[in-house]
Design a protein around this ligand. Sequence first.
Ligand SMILES: [Zn+2]
Length: 408
Amino acid sequence: MSQTRPGGEIQSTWDPQHWKHCPGEDNPADLITRGLSLKVLAENSLWWNGPKWLASNCWATERQGNEESSEFVKRERKPKQVTMHACAGLAKEPIIDACRYDKWLTLIRVTAYVLRWVQVFKSGESSESRELSAEELKNAKLNWYRQVQREVYRIEYAQLEAGQPLPKTSTTLNLDPYFDKEDRLLRVGGRQQYSNLPEVTKHPIILPHGHPVVEKIIQCVHNELLHAGPENTLSVLQQNIWLTHGCHEVKRVLMKCLVCQRQHVGPSSQKMAPLPSERVLFSPPFTHVGIDFVNPLYVQGNPSPHKSYVCIFTCASSRMVHLELTSDPSTNAFFQAFNRMISRRGLCSTIWLDNAKTFKCADRQIRKLYKSQSSDSDQPWNDIDQGELQAKLASKGIKWKFIVERSP
Ligand SMILES: [Zn+2]
């Protein structure tokens, strides 16, 4: 036996045609690899003497020939299990491509005409009227319902048509479906058998979500309801159709409705600039203040009502508001109000002022001309001396800034 010699040496010494196959039951090496007690091994003649045919030298003559076709190879070859699923070809190719038509009613009319001509060719009798009848349109609808069910619920349709129970993995199991032999459709069994609802409402036709034909049906009902919302559309649909994942599916289809998109679109908004540092940095209240006047208030007085003004101081970081009442819109009156504010809230470092337009008019003549022609003569900022105001604020170490012109 050459089992003790290295495999590489054996392969290099002998030609491949000298190699023959030794079956497993005649191979002594297999005894140890399969496990054997010492007692049995000691009495085993195969281990000590080798196979019988080795001594009789008949191995070479018996094993010649095509071993691939011998019974021995067939016995040694491990059996392979191949599982094949056989499905009956129930889904027929539709005669009409539904994707060619955008609207459900167009598709139905085309289908009805095709079915009419099929009937004419079969019977040889032409139709009396050129217009489609309600019966023909109904048959066209049922034809598409049937086509969709055969396409999506292939196994369920075949099982129930043959009177067999549904497989436990069926997604329609909770609907308790049954096969309507008259229309040849799958309908919901449900629990409303004893109600006085119409038969088509008690047992609606099962239609799947995500099918292009079903999308056309949803869009058609939505249009007939003058673009009603998803809840209303679904409730009308469910009068004769049970749509799986109905609420989600109707919303998905209605999101693609162009008419609704135009009606519900909101105004475009611009991207806002970053907030100024005074608004976002930590600081004591009223460090950065915005000032504005409200329109004059008429106060009852003697002998006649007179105007009063309210100056609003707004903290830019905390949004606190401080109100001061002034008797007139002069510079002195404003500074009296401002001094009262800083005495109560503390000295501010930055003031944001409204009405930057006035300050941009460096030319006094132009500003006077603007003030004389302006119809908005009640604005109190127009009566305040801006130069004096700026000088006094700067002497207190206060920066003053003006908001963007015409900003809201
Ligand atoms: Zn719409």
